[in-house]
Design a protein around this ligand. Structure first.
Ligand SMILES: Cc1cc2nc3c(=O)[nH]c(=O)nc-3n(C[C@H](O)[C@H](O)[C@H](O)COP(=O)(O)O)c2cc1C
Length: 209
């Protein structure tokens, strides 16, 4: 299977989570392509946000192009929360996919969501629940995380991750990077989307026999 991991990140947290998801996809013998959506904020605003330096870490990652999406069997979409919702940079990318919607080009393709927030209860679940909506309009199939993953049930340490998807907590000053468990859950989500894509592809080809 060929699965795209498309992310937006300001300070690098979601980029790390995206790479972990790609690892999970590849571990199952599938192809993963990590792509980023374009920044929409002016450079001077990014500098004031302290983001200009941080973004150099993922500057080498190719930009996602809307027309590329048809090449993939499944998707991981990764975006930080902005007031409990998908970051506008990612929404701008999604809002350019109208032609694909008109063609039904993404119907039946599975997707999972990864997010992050500054605080533990800063809106991760609302970001995933509202963030999935545009993709449901595309006829895509949402994939979450199952309770059988041990990392999901642990409560010894503060962490992101839920039945809705993988997530990370950056801390109020952004200094906390994704933990081992959070990266494992991102990887598990990547692997799960690839497996679901494989099953769906098999079912489709069987139904044609
Ligand atoms: C405009 C704006 C709004 C944000 N809203 C929230 C919020 O509602 N809750 C929260 O916990 N963090 C919020 N954050 C923090 C980001 O979610 C956090 O910086 C991000 O998850 C870090 O990931 P990144 O390094 O990949 O950008 C906000 C940040 C910005 C810039």
């Amino acid at each position: 299977m060929k699965v795209a991991v498309i992310f937006y990140s300001t300070y690098g947290h979601l980029y790390q989570m995206a790479e972990a998801a790609a690892e999970g996809i590849r571990q199952g013998g599938n192809d993963a392509e990590v792509l980023r959506v374009a920044e929409t904020l002016p450079q001077e605003v990014l500098e004031k946000m302290g983001a200009a330096e941080a973004s150099k870490v993922f500057a080498h990652i190719p930009e996602a192009k809307v027309e590329d999406l048809t090449r993939f069997d499944g998707f991981i979409f990764a975006f930080p929360t902005r007031f409990g919702n998908m970051a506008a940079q990612f929404k701008t990318f999604v809002d350019a996919t109208g032609a694909l919607w008109a063609q039904g080009a993404l119907i039946g393709k599975p997707f999972g969501i990864i997010t992050g927030s500054a605080t533990q209860h800063g809106g991760q679940e609302s970001t995933i629940l509202t963030g999935m909506v545009p993709f449901l309009h595309h006829g895509m199939l949402f994939v979450g995380l199952p309770a059988s993953l041990p990392e999901l049930g642990q409560f010894q340490e503060v962490q992101g991750g839920s039945y809705y998807g993988a997530s990370t907590i950056a801390g109020p000053d952004g200094s906390r990077m994704p933990s081992e468990n959070e990266l494992k859950l991102a990887s598990a989500l990547g692997s799960r989307v690839a497996s679901v894509a494989a099953k769906l592809t098999t079912e489709v080809s069987l139904s044609h026999n």
